[in-house]
Design a binder for this molecule. Structure first.
Ligand code: P6P
Length: 336
């Protein structure tokens, strides 16, 4: 008989595997879980209440802030500040990092970087969106104010990472470096149940995800790979299927489960790439690798090895089934 394991029980059981675990990470996850439930509720009402539409302000990215962006940012920020385990956060919605200055947080051993509501331009048209989070141990001494160095760590230092996808159902998918597990939310009882244990992404797939509207502006290697995907070759099941939602969490989640590759290369509009290294690419890359996938920048560099230089730094991002990332990497090496 299939047992029902809740997210809380699962995290607690995993904590038992770490004898020196202090429970701090468990407490951190429970604050993420709480905020996810609150954001789930608001997103599912968005069509009804007057909280959709532009907030009028613009965020660090110069993008008009949707009201739910601000709502999600506030909820995750206050939930993370409530437990005394996080000394500061960085967010797509905050120009600078936010230092938690009360005593119990200054002793917090973790920092969290997040995109509180990725893909929020899709909210008004009822397309799924997501929260992405990345967790590190601080490098500055406990009890002192958090510093920029705490946030500018390479992705390989992540303690944990994950996302909440607010789709046809709401799911929380995360890793602490021991595989990837997915939990589906049952709003009728307010609980996340383990639904996808030890997710392993297929070695290859037939789905490629990219905004082909930018084709003319892509590097030649990416253009050649897209043509490769579109050629007929029954042996390799080509032509592949093009699927692009315009919401990173949704495109990545589908490809993680079914196999596939997501690409956001450099374009003339985004010469550095569009996606943010710290709170989009690093957490997704950690999850991808933990599920057996790969994540690279356009020059083939492993995303998790990149030494960040700025909070809102952008990078070109290619992530997904390992053999598909290998293939596009060959095209990039051959054609640039
Ligand atoms: P474009 C959403 O704004 C986002 O950051 C990702 O979620 C998504 O994959 C990408 O940008 C979409 O960008 O330029 O294709 O609209």
């Amino acid at each position: 008989m299939k047992t029902l394991t809740t997210l809380g029980e699962f995290i607690f059981e995993c904590q038992a595997e770490y004898p020196d675990a202090t429970g701090a990470l468990t407490s951190l996850f429970s604050s993420i879980r709480l905020a996810a439930k609150i954001v789930h509720r608001e997103i599912n009402k968005a069509g009804l209440a007057d909280i959709t539409g532009a907030f009028g302000e613009t965020n660090a990215q110069g993008e008009e802030q949707q009201k739910l962006d601000v709502f999600a940012n506030d909820k995750f920020k206050s939930a993370l500040a409530a437990r005394g385990v996080v000394c500061g956060i960085a967010s797509e919605e905050e120009d600078h990092y936010v230092q938690f200055t009360d005593d119990h947080n200054m002793n917090g051993e973790y920092v969290v970087l997040m995109d509180p509501l990725d893909g929020s331009s899709n909210i008004d048209v009822n397309v799924s969106v997501g929260t992405i989070f990345s967790i590190y141990k601080r490098v500055s001494p406990k009890g002192t104010p958090v510093t920029m160095d705490d946030f500018l760590q390479p992705g390989k230092n992540q303690v944990a990472a994950g996302y909440v996808i607010y789709g046809s159902s709401t799911m929380l998918v995360y890793t602490t470096g021991n595989g990837v597990n997915g939990f589906t939310y049952d709003p009728s009882v307010g609980v996340f149940y383990l639904s996808h244990q030890n997710i392993e992404t297929p070695k290859t797939g037939v789905i490629y995800s990219i905004n082909e509207g930018g084709y003319e502006r892509f590097p030649m290697g990416v253009k050649q790979y897209i043509k490769y995907c579109q050629e007929s070759d029954p042996q390799t099941k080509r032509p592949y299927i093009s699927r692009y939602i315009g919401s990173l969490v949704s495109d990545f989640h589908r490809n993680l489960i079914k196999g596939g590759i997501y690409m956001y290369p450099t374009t003339t509009t985004y010469p550095e790439g569009k996606l943010r290294l710290l709170y989009e690419c690093n957490p997704i890359a950690f999850l991808a690798e933990q599920a057996g996938g790969r994540a690279i920048a356009a020059n083939g560099v492993r995303i998790l090895e990149i030494q960040p230089e700025a909070l809102h730094q952008r990078v070109p991002f290619l992530v997904g089934s390992p053999l598909m990332v290998d293939k596009v990497e060959q095209f990039l090496k051959a054609f640039g």
